[in-house]
Design a protein around this ligand. Sequence first.
Ligand code: HEM
Length: 569
Amino acid sequence: MAISLLDALYIPFTSALLGVLFLTSISPLEFERYMFHYLTFYTFIFLGRVCVYGFGPGRSFVTAFAQTSLVALSFNVSLFVSIAVYRLFGHRCRKFPGPVLARLTRFYVAYLNAKGYQFYKELGELHERYGDIVRTGKSNVRRYWPREISILDKAAIPAIYGPNTECRKSTWYGQSGNDPNKVSINMTRDTKQYRLRRRAWDRGFSTKALASYQPRVKSKADVLIRQLYGSTGSSVDITKWSMLFAFDIMGEVGFGKDFNSLASGQEHPAIKGIHEHIAVLGVLQTVPWFLNLLGTIPGAAASFSEFFSVCEKELEEKERTWNSEKEPQDIVSWLLKAIKDKDVSASPTRESLTDDSRVVIIAGSDTTANTLANVLFYLAKHPAVQRKLRNLVDTAIPEGYTTWNYEKIKTITYIDDIINETLRLKPPIIQGGSRETPDSGIRIGDTYIPGNVNVSVPYLLIQRDPRWWKHPNDFIPERFGERRTEMGTDDAPFFPFQLGMHACAGKNLAFLSLRTAVSAIVQNFVVDFAPGETGEEFDERFRDTFLMTLLPLQLQFTPRAEVHANIDS
Ligand code: HEM
């Protein structure tokens, strides 16, 4: 039986009406939370209708399928047209300029991300074209997405991220699920629950805990130094070795486990998993509901399952071997202690604990590794800076590396100036965290941003903005030291570790690791580019994959004794 003329007119009309009604009814909801349920329900209804109308005497499945497809088509067309009209002309963000495609769909920014993985450059161009506030459609919405705005104005930093902000974590943090009982600390959007859970983490980074980590960090630096001595005369890919160093530290300090990557010189399989994970994240982070959906499809996350299973395995081993009577000696043990003590800060479920264990590795290793590799790049490129640093280390520890001492290294503020200047130019997390404005909206200077809009300030762009930074693209560590006043550093926007309650939990550990590695390297070696390496590609072509992904960098580490011998002869 074919579709009658009446059906052919009636079905599209009622279905289209249904599409508009549906859109109106979901408008108060953060609908992407329910995307998975919606798609499942949609498929179920579709198949159910085919069965109901196709089953029975005189009925045909083909006709039922054709009718149902007409219903679905009319419903979808009406839904998408209404959404497009609303997004273009009725959205509360419509006064903010931005590319038309970004107003229509967040997949446009996913496309810009995928195009060479240099979204920060694309975003820089959008800001140049449209001004300090650009509608990017970058993440998600409560009322008909996309509602994303990128702000390149330093006044926005305290308003969005500062200690007194009323902004909350946006739907970006819903990419691994929206149930706060099942996700990591970093993905916890509920502010009350977040504050409680953060306490367990902060215990793992207390001054006392860091003092117990320090000798283990130094022992990893020793292995790195030994390996660099072994490389004498050949070039070393410092991107790889920095990752091995940072990954081993997170094994030691995170899980109390020796991952042995530095000693073996081999990438642990989990490292590949991390990089595949962040490459996917780099493109699809703009569409968190889609990432969330992908995670529910068996096999879709296969590329990074190795990393997930390593974390799961290490967590299980820790649970088996951990001595709960003793003071915790690593971050995961602090999290386990909170659970054992039934403390309010404990990860609420097994799933959330597992997700937390992944955060230990993801948040701690790539960030530190990138910074170390970039510091060494700048030292190779600026021999005068390297010499100045080495003289300071030699003055603090004249007897050489055998008497290396962290307390003395900590007093050399120039190391921190070099690390900060590196983090200004190359923040390992390139785009600022996405936050949702409170219902009442916020004011940034003279501009009112309505409520429930996702806002972010891009770290890399604002930390190189010539309005606040003199010679913004030049590497001048002294701007954080003796030239601070002259260069206006105190008034310039700098927040690579984020600010306020959601600021990086591991900042002090990062500084401990970086000060240790950088001082140990300059005390032992002179660092140069390897023959044929200019560093230009490394400097220019790093990938914007949420966490920065670096290209290999070939350096040469000449033992200082050898340099002296060459000069003397
Ligand atoms: C140079 C090194 C590092 C940089 C630049 C850095 C930067 C950041 C930034 C910008 C955030 C905020 C992310 C957001 O807004 O969602 C963050 C969060 C975090 N970082 Fe770091 N980080 C570094 C090293 C570390 C290390 C070594 C650890 C140790 C495990 C760590 C643990 C964390 C954790 C647990 C969070 C989540 C905090 C939360 O949501 O409460 N980070 N980091």
